[in-house]
Ligand binder design. Structure first.
Ligand code: ADP
Ligand code: MG
Length: 706
């Protein structure tokens, strides 16, 4: 037994952990050996699931769920909205005696048929063809949430097109598995599977619920659309890793318990850079499970925060002027034996293998920069990337000085100036040991090697991690495929391998960058000298999904079909347009209904005061009243003019025929007009007494939780 941090309650974490999960442990103890082994083969080696096995699993799962308080079940899935979806059915079935029995069949476990018509499909499924189906994903454990047994599922249309994020993610993991196994075979290693693992670090803000509810912009859009800077922001660096406030500690404790029950390995928690900003990091797990778990984590964070009278903001930029929130996607590849393929090995042979996988990632990031960029593109994340608080929109790879020097030595056949001088001839020398600490000094790189994994740092806090991992897995599968094709046919494996690695390092040199990713000079060098792409906004990035080389690669590895790609491009752009559109209309609403009338009240008060004062004595100057009144009155004119303009550009959006045109107009007309309008309102806020101002200030929002 151990006590919680606040010491009020005793908690047995090992007992609590996974108590609501139909985990491997539960399956092993409850299923017959035959059923368990057969299911395991399906999970590990993708062998088809037999109906009798499904039947046996279903009945055991039902018994376990009912014992643990479940009355309903749901196929839990991740439609393209980016959040999760569930439709609950109870287990009850009428019995002949007029009562009910609790039933759950193999068929119900394997397949569900939710009405799919209201989920975005980007034209994949005509609305009249409402049915889609969900299919059990046995590689992610079922769990109980709020008395409901949740069965992780993939979501497809009847024509077999994926309507969700899980299906392509599983396909991309398969693609990588296929190619990585070919490479390992060349090195004489046979494995059951290679899987990618991810540990996503999640940032978020907590604000007081009462304050939150007073701000329509937060309620409708998740971010503040107006707000003058508070006198204090993050300049003192006093929040990062600072002492966690009691109310937040209680929240984190409660959150951990809920996550642990669901078998989510919540591990690290701390305050982040901005006031009211925090981070939670789990221990890494298989990508598919990590994705499900991250979706659950985001959902539960919001739920638990409400219980504590707070609201958890997952938006990438809830407040201007302080850091926004991101998510770091720590990624690696490992075999079923637990060998991390991104760990430098002990022997020369292992090292050559490590270098080849490393090259696979470097080439993948260079060849498919745009896919990685667009995989994290949302209206919210556009506010962060390149804004001196998050990596630039330019994708590059950081390897650290030591590994860079080793690669340089290989490239030029020159001695490596490490601990001892050695010519790095692969297959002859092992790599000098280099410690993680010396490699992870750069926080400005979007894609950094951190000793035995890569950390993709461009994700926004609300992004599903499925998207970037689909692209990453597929792109790495493609480089590995090229290597396997070449090496399998080589006359002399070692010579060919050495040549190949040298070639990759030489050809993809431009993507490697150890310098400051936040600097202006980097933008110039990256785009003008190196020819890297700099896709600043979602509107710029997303159309590249349909570039020929990208479509060819994703289709060749069977990650997406052509129709699926078209639909995704459409949905992501639509989402961008709709989000900004809602923001624009929220601004109009707040200005017309609240800001202008409030400023007017204050103007009235000023005018009245000045005229009364004057009537008392003609010696009073009324400098304060008059200058404030003059400027505020000017500002209301600007505000009016700009809110009219905003309304006009929003109305213009209706005129466009294609989503490409609409999104370009969002980028070029709507967003700049929103900025312009905000500028005048924020200035007016600084001139208006708090009691006249209609909404809580930044100071109130950022420092409301203690
Ligand atoms: P940081 O220094 O960025 O704060 P940590 O070393 O604490 O990071 O790790 C961050 C995340 O990376 C954690 O979720 C951790 O579990 C995960 N991680 C560690 N090793 C691996 C790996 N081999 N593959 C994937 N993720 C990993
Ligand atoms: Mg990190």
């Amino acid at each position: 037994m151990q006590s919680t941090k606040l010491g009020c309650e005793k908690l047995n974490v090992p007992e609590l952990f996974g108590s609501k999960v139909f985990s491997d442990k539960v399956m092993k103890s409850r299923l017959s050996d035959k059923v368990y082994n057969s299911l395991k083969k399906t999970i590990d080696e993708n062998v088809k699931l037999e109906p009798e096995v499904a039947e046996a699993v279903a009945s055991t799962m039902r018994d376990w769920a009912i014992e643990n308080g479940a009355t309903h079940y749901t196929h839990w899935f991740q439609p393209l909205t980016g959040v999760t979806a569930e439709k609950h059915d109870s287990f009850i079935t009428p019995s002949p005696d007029g009562g009910v029995i609790m039933e759950f069949s193999g068929k119900e476990l394997i397949k569900g048929e939710p009405d799919a018509s209201s989920f975005p499909s980007g034209g994949l499924r005509a609305t009249f063809e409402a049915r889609g189906y969900t299919a059990w994903d046995p590689t992610s454990y079922a769990f109980i949430k709020d008395h409901t047994l949740c069965i992780p599922t993939a979501f497809c249309s009847y024509s077999g097109d994926a309507l969700d994020k899980k299906t392509p993610l599983l396909r991309s993991m398969q693609a990588l598995n296929r190619q990585a196994k070919r490479i390992l075979k060349l090195f004489g290693t046979e494995v059951k599977y290679v899987r990618t693992s991810v540990g996503p670090e999640q940032e978020y803000f907590l604000v007081d619920k009462e304050m939150f509810e007073k701000r329509p912009d937060l309620v409708y859009t998740g971010r503040t659309l107006f707000g003058a800077k508070a006198p204090k922001g993050q300049e003192l660096d006093d929040h990062y890793f600072g002492v966690i406030k009691p109310r937040v500690t209680e929240f984190m404790e409660d959150l951990n318990n809920e996550l642990w029950k669901l078998g989510i390995l919540a591990k690290t928690e701390h305050n982040e850079v901005a006031p009211a900003q925090h981070e939670l990091a789990p221990i890494f797990s298989t990508t598919n499970v990590a994705t499900d778990n991250n979706q659950l984590t985001m959902e539960i964070m919001q739920k638990v925060a409400r219980k504590h009278g707070m609201v958890c903001l997952l938006h990438e930029k809830p407040f201007a002027g302080v850091n926004g929130s991101g998510k770091h996607n720590n990624w690696s590849m490992a075999t079923d034996k637990g060998t991390n393929l991104l760990s430098p090995g002990e022997t020369p042979y292992e090292n050559a293998q490590f270098l080849l996988f490393l090259c696979g990632v470097i080439q993948a990031v260079d060849d498919y920069q745009d896919l990685l960029r667009l995989s994290v593109a949302t209206a919210g994340n556009d506010h962060r990337l390149g804004a001196n608080e998050a990596p630039p929109a330019i994708i590059s790879v950081f390897l650290g000085d030591e590994l860079t020097a080793i690669l340089d030595a290989i490239k030029t056949d020159t001695p490596y100036e490490g601990t001892e001088k050695v010519i790095m001839k692969l297959g002859v020398h092992s790599l000098p040991r280099f410690s993680r600490d010396t490699t992870d000094r750069n926080r400005t790189s979007p894609f950094a090697f951190t000793g035995n994994k890569f950390e993709f740092r461009s994700l926004g806090s609300s992004n599903s991690i499925a998207c970037c991992n689909i692209m990453l897995n597929a792109a790495v599968a493609e480089s590995l495929k090229q290597y396997a094709d070449r090496l399998e046919g080589a006359a002399d494996f070692e010579t060919e391998l050495h040549e190949l690695i040298k070639e990759v390092i030489t050809n993809h040199q431009r993507i490697l960058f150890n310098g400051n990713g936040y600097g202006e000079e980097w933008v110039k060098e990256a785009t003008e000298v190196r020819g890297l792409s700099n896709l600043k906004t979602t509107a710029d990035a997303m159309p590249h999904l349909l570039d020929k080389q990208n479509m060819d690669m994703l289709m060749a590895h069977k990650v997406f079909s052509e129709t699926e790609l078209h639909s995704r491009c459409e949905i992501m752009l639509e989402n961008y347009c709709k989000s900004v559109n809602i923001e624009g209309h929220t601004m109009v609403d707040m200005v017309r209904k609240n800001y202008l009338p409030s400023i007017e009240c204050y103007l009235h008060a000023l005018a009245e005061t000045a005229s009364i004062m004057r009537s008392v004595s003609d010696k009073v100057k009324c400098n304060y009243e008059i200058s404030t009144l003059e400027r505020l009155s000017e500002l209301t004119d600007y505000i009016l003019e700009n809110v009219d303009k905003l309304e006009k550009v929003l109305a213009d959006l209706e005129e466009f025929d294609s989503i490409i045109e609409t999104s370009a107009s969002i980028r070029d007309c709507v967003l700049p007009q929103m900025e312009e309008l905000r500028k005048y309102v924020d200035e007016a806020e600084m001139l208006t007494p708090e009691k006249y101002w209609p909404f809580p200030s930044y100071g109130k929002l950022l420092f409301s939780v203690y």
